[in-house]
Design a binder for this molecule. Structure first.
Ligand code: PHE
Length: 353
């Protein structure tokens, strides 16, 4: 019997050597220490032994049980620590490695130009006024002195938001220019003091939409920055001074500008401003199409009807307004030859700014 116990102990300890994980350790425990293990069997058989043998065999069996239990404890402990070590190893991080450089975001080239424009006009005392992108026909056209069916509407092919007829002759549309903001702003300022409306000096930036054939020179969405100054004794001289100074600040101090007569229903007189081509210095090149000049904005003295519609008495007030396309200025500043890049979301283009 004692020899059999020796074998039981030997076998158990040997097979413990091949235990590699908690699962096989548990199988080992059931096999060698469980209810139906050979060791536990010997306790059951104690009764069948000769009286004299029982204490020695019993003692030996208990001794083996302790040995195996201790071995089991130790093994289970070792398994746990190696598991922890292994996972620490796997998740280890080397804090001495150089960091990964964070990718820098950047502003869209149009946004950069617009912010430069805001800063220039802020220096001159103009504030930013934000106006809606969805407009009514009334604000986009009628109050700006475009009667229904007026041929000047041809210049601004329009996206209508609802089918014609839903709101009579005042359908909702996407604004084709930022000029309707002039009326919103004047009305808001005049409402504060209808007897004596305060002077206005604002710029109105934002997205505009036209139903255009998309080409290298025309997009169906684009930004404009509108400007409006209303007060007593504002003259065309103020307009010229303000805008020439603006052009020098945006394109360079040496830049010359000129004003050409033009037509807009909401200004009288109206003009377009050109700057001397800074690519060829005015001698004529492909950028200025051999003319030596680049058109950058439309402007004029606010039409009396528009002042009236805004709540400003045209007998007491005068003003000037202008509108420019920051995408176009950006194209000129950076010699970009296709406006479609601005909305193409191509990183190879955007990452250059
Ligand atoms: N709204 C005109 C356009 O979109 C530009 C403009 C604004 C002209 C203000 C005169 C005064 O073409």
């Amino acid at each position: 019997m004692l020899a059999k116990l020796d074998t039981i102990e030997q076998e158990a300890l040997t097979s413990l050597g091949s235990v590699e994980d908690e699962e096989s350790l548990e199988r080992w425990r059931v096999k060698h220490l469980g209810r139906s293990s050979p060791l536990m069997g010997t306790f059951d058989q104690l009764g069948t032994l000769a009286k004299g043998e029982r204490p020695t065999v019993g003692r030996r069996a208990n001794e083996i049980k302790k040995v195996l239990e201790t071995a089991y404890q130790e093994n289970s402990e070792t398994l746990r620590t190696t598991a922890i070590q292994r996972s620490l190893q796997a998740e280890s991080l080397d804090v001495t490695l150089p960091g990964r450089t964070a990718l820098h975001g950047r502003l869209h080239p149009t946004t950069q130009t617009m912010r430069t424009i805001y800063a220039i006009f802020a220096d001159m005392g103009f504030q930013i006024y934000l106006s809606r992108e969805v407009e009514t026909d009334e604000y986009n056209f009628q109050l700006l002195n475009f009667p229904p069916h007026h041929p000047a509407r041809e210049m601004q092919d329009t996206f209508f938001v609802e089918s014609e007829g839903d709101r009579g002759d005042n359908p909702l549309l996407l604004r084709t220019h930022t000029s309707p903001g002039q009326i919103h702003a004047m009305r808001e300022f005049a409402a504060a003091n209808p007897e004596n409306p305060p002077p206005v000096r604002i710029i109105l930036p934002g997205m505009c939409y036209r139903y255009e054939q998309i080409t290298a020179r025309a997009e169906m969405q684009f930004n404009q920055v509108e400007g409006l100054a209303v007060g007593s004794d504002i003259t065309f001289g103020d307009l010229k001074g303000t805008l020439s100074d603006f052009a020098r600040r945006l394109f360079g101090q040496q830049v010359r500008s000129r004003f050409r007569a033009s037509h807009f229903p909401f200004t009288e007189p109206s003009a377009e401003m050109d700057i001397e081509c800074f690519v060829c210095g005015g001698s004529g090149c492909s950028v200025c199409k051999r003319s030596g000049w680049l058109e950058i904005l439309g402007c004029g003295m606010v039409h009396p009807v528009v002042l009236q519609n805004g709540g400003y008495d045209p007998q007491r007030y005068t003003g000037f307004a202008f509108g420019m396309g920051p995408e176009r200025s950006t194209m000129l500043r950076h010699r970009i030859d296709d406006i479609r890049y601005f909305f193409g979301n191509d990183l190879r283009f955007l990452e250059q700014f």
